[in-house]
Design a protein. Sequence first.
Length: 681
Amino acid sequence: MAQDVGGSAMSGSGGGRGRQHTLYGQRALQEDFVPRLVGLHCDGRYRVPFAYPGGAPLVHVVGGRGSGKTALLDRVYDAYNGRVPLARADLAAPGFGEAGVVDLLDDDSPNASHITHLLYLLAYRLGLDVRRFGRPLAFPRLSLGLLVVTAWRPLGGDDGDVRPADLRRAEADLRKFITDEDSNVRHRRESLGRWFDAVSANLPQVLASVPGLDAIAGIVLDTARHQLLKGEPDRGALAWWGDRLPPAQGYQGDSLQRLFQFVRGFRRLDGRRRTAEEHLVAALLADIDAGYGRLRRLNRTPRPLILLDNVHTDVGRTVLGLLGVLDSPPAANGHRPTRPVVLAASLGRGAHLPPLDDIGATAVPAARPLLLRIPAVDHTHIGEMLGAVDYPEHLPRLLARYSGGRAASARTLVDAALRLLQDTGVIRPRDLLDAAVPDLLAKLLPDEVMRDRLTLLSPARRPAARRALWTFAYPEDHTEELIAARIAEAEGYRSASCLDGDRALDLLLTHRLAAKTAPERWRGIHLRLRSLCHPQEDDYLWHTLALGRVGEVVCALHHRFTGAAPESWLTSLNGICAAPHPPEGEQPPDAGVTPLCTVCGSAGPDRVHEAIGTLTRLLWQLSDPLTLAPREDDLNSVRIALESLYGNGADRAAYRAASADWPARLRAGAQAPDLPIPEGY
């Protein structure tokens, strides 16, 4: 029942394209809560009281693909860039999204890991000069830790060493001083200087396992030089490492000697590496706390901001675990350290989590970490996206149906609708979907091979049906193991994208299948799938309706009506009438033919049969996802048909309840299989 609807686009607006899009359901977090975490309003004009004076929790935002997680981070980044120390990293992107930095291939490098890679970037970004912020943040503790991890090679690791000779000589010379219990401080500093000069001169070779970090590492490690050559072992950053690496954990000597022993744990490539990474993250946080001295705390200087995207990845989960020290208790002297604000986003469902719009100007949740979900975009939000154009009343509900509550999908659909209105003045739902579905599926399922497989499998409602579809499409794949592997790979890809059971994706795949499939192939698919079902099963009738054989379905439902409980019969009707419609232009096989009903017999259809026929045809028609607005005549016919099935029978009161409820739900945009089943009758 897809209607053509006219309308006029707003002149010269381009459908609102080019504007900065509203983040629906996220304004409270973006404009109220994050500013109170940072201590600075999002427009940067004035400071605001801290929501957590003692330190904010890690804020972890969860949402599906295209839900707006990255857009939220974009908006926060734009608001605070150049106003506070700010770092952003995409943990699923090569080089964590930093231009020119090559991705670390694995965590097996002896002098680098994904965590050290990330820490170099965070220290570099957070250490940039920020106007009106004062002296830039420095990272002496972290720089020392990264230096020894990156550049120092413990004794016994020199087999096959191809590094420059000057670096090897400087390292051998320094090794004597850092293992000597009574080392001459002046001579040790001279040796440190020669070694550091050799490291700096050969940084590309030192960083061979992490290409692209040369410039950034050079800037970060320059801080370490001052600490090594001028600092005292019992003061400042070196003293911090000495306290962090006590003799009880096997470290010996003064702070400098313990620091150089620290690299052994990192190179173990086991649980000791994770412990070493914990020390490095703790160094980052200690440096930030040290950068916020008494004066900055008294002046309520805004806090640094770290934005992490895609923390659902392996490295992201590791980072979240390491950042648990954000919530460490106050020190023994009562000092509560200043922590950065960390806003992380990950791919996931999060249906059980509170939505972002629960966080307002006064809310201060106690949860640590604070887990929130991206709220779904609904038809009212889509109406706002459409703006002031003259659009059909039910268009927002149609677009919401195919968006799945995803902001990115809704925007794609809105833009396609506005282009149609502007170019033709008419919205034909099928044309709208034909224009938008390729983009929608490409964003939700970027892998083209997996997208094609999931399109093929979309009509299958059980495992046997999926196997049958695969052999129907790929008869050359004749082994059960190969077929199972191909299907499992496709389903695993969908699951990894957090799209299991996603109704909107099912609609998009079904539309793509119908658009790409010739009528005879559509018939072949559903006939084959139907042959796997018992004629009394709902799945059998679902495929029969997908073939357009309405008369057969009506006869089967009439036969069931005589013995099924009303609630059970309405449940079956609800599911069966959600069957997809054949490709456009396909002539129903039973057009003009009335199958013989075993209940009515040769006398022809009776009153109940005609009511079931009217109800089945209209519910299937009104449950076409391309339907814009049901006609009142059709809704009245649904009501009358259900009242006819009630027939004043006390044991059939569920039909009477449905006759009052279903037309109103259909008018509001509900479709099978989501019509409510009356209970308690």
